[in-house]
Design a protein around this ligand. Sequence first.
Ligand SMILES: Cc1cc2nc3c(=O)[nH]c(=O)nc-3n(C[C@H](O)[C@H](O)[C@H](O)COP(=O)(O)OP(=O)(O)OC[C@H]3O[C@@H](n4cnc5c(N)ncnc54)[C@H](O)[C@@H]3O)c2cc1C
Length: 400
Amino acid sequence: MVRAVTYDCDVLVIGGGIVGLSTAYAITRAAPGTRVTVLEKEPGPARHQTGRNSGVIHSGIYYRPGSLKARYAVRGAAEMVKFCAEYGIAHEVTGKLIVATERAELTRLHALVQRGRENGIPVRELGPAQIAEYEPEVRGLAAIQVGTTGICDYGSVAGRLADASGAEVRYGSEVVRIDRRAALGVAVRTADGSVVRGKVLVNCAGLHCDRVAMLAGDDPGMRIVPFRGEYFDLTRPDLVRGLVYPVPDPAFPFLGVHLTRGIGGGVHVGPNAVPALAREGYGWDVVRPRELAGTVSWPGAWRMAGRHWRYGAGEVRRSFSKSAFTTAVRRLLPAVTSDDLVPAAAGVRAQAVLRDGTLVDDFLIREGARAVHVLNAPSPAATASLPIGRAVARRVLALL
Ligand SMILES: Cc1cc2nc3c(=O)[nH]c(=O)nc-3n(C[C@H](O)[C@H](O)[C@H](O)COP(=O)(O)OP(=O)(O)OC[C@H]3O[C@@H](n4cnc5c(N)ncnc54)[C@H](O)[C@@H]3O)c2cc1C
């Protein structure tokens, strides 16, 4: 006699960051009655990337037209503002400046204007006098003003998504084993020995997504290389009115050290981008030898390091030398001194790197049997989380 399989839920989501919770929210919106369980290893939502970022609602100006990042960020920014308004989450559409401080950056700044227009984002070009009208203490040769950029608290957004989704969210539930059988769905075991069965698995494990894919028996074809972003708080927040960014280097998916007036009125300066010695390595003193060994045994990590060591060395120098960091900030904000900067909490980015050393630029979502894996969701994935959640939900519902 064949016994009927009993499932604890229809969809099992691993990861209670903004992407996992948006996915849960999108599934229950699109298919009411679908039973979703979210397993999160921490005691609450948003304890990693989602709760440790710049809190910027990105406009979408930086991203290649047609890419998932461009499409989802532009749409996601508008939806995020609406979501925050609907649920009473503090937010503001502040606009931001991207400022060229050297002649060599002017061509790149102009390319950004073009890109912004292609992505349908209104931008205003500014000369030095107009920069001073927006930001009296900021110096630059030229700048662009992007009106649709905003700020919010993504930790609160994640908490709201959890409540509004109606999903069962189990905190303190670290998935340590995954058993997937074609006819039986997916059974996961958590560190405390519980077993949860579902029909389809969704991997939104952020900094651990490659390991979770491998636990499920799928080859992700990439590895997460964790890059820490260190921040300082500006003790003279009156030096900055809003959001001020440098012109980014298009070879890297990082935006460069910026000045961000957050929702509470304080100004954050950062983040840089240095290799983290653990997936959740929020300081140089956090080293997890097994995780580090996993990173250095990935050929792509060496190839990437070989290609970008010069950029990396500069970032590491600024991590250890506050005066070097201050010098970099002074390019944008000459009045700042080392004494104006006090260390603040860091974040770690989950950046996917391919075997050939390519830093994956776009969002990356892959399917396995009865599984959907989100394998690259770095910035602007918080901004774009509502459209990302819907895209993942569509794939999940097709598998049910
Ligand atoms: C320094 C920094 C600045 C950024 N600035 C911005 C910004 O201004 N604007 C923007 O849009 N984006 C920004 N981002 C990017 C944004 O924060 C991320 O793209 C987004 O938070 C990713 O969400 P996530 O849910 O994929 O990952 P996470 O928030 O990391 O969530 C993954 C969750 O999975 C859980 N998990 C992992 N393994 C397991 C397991 N085995 N079992 C159970 N649970 C598990 C983790 O505990 C974690 O809570 C920034 C990121 C960083 C690091």
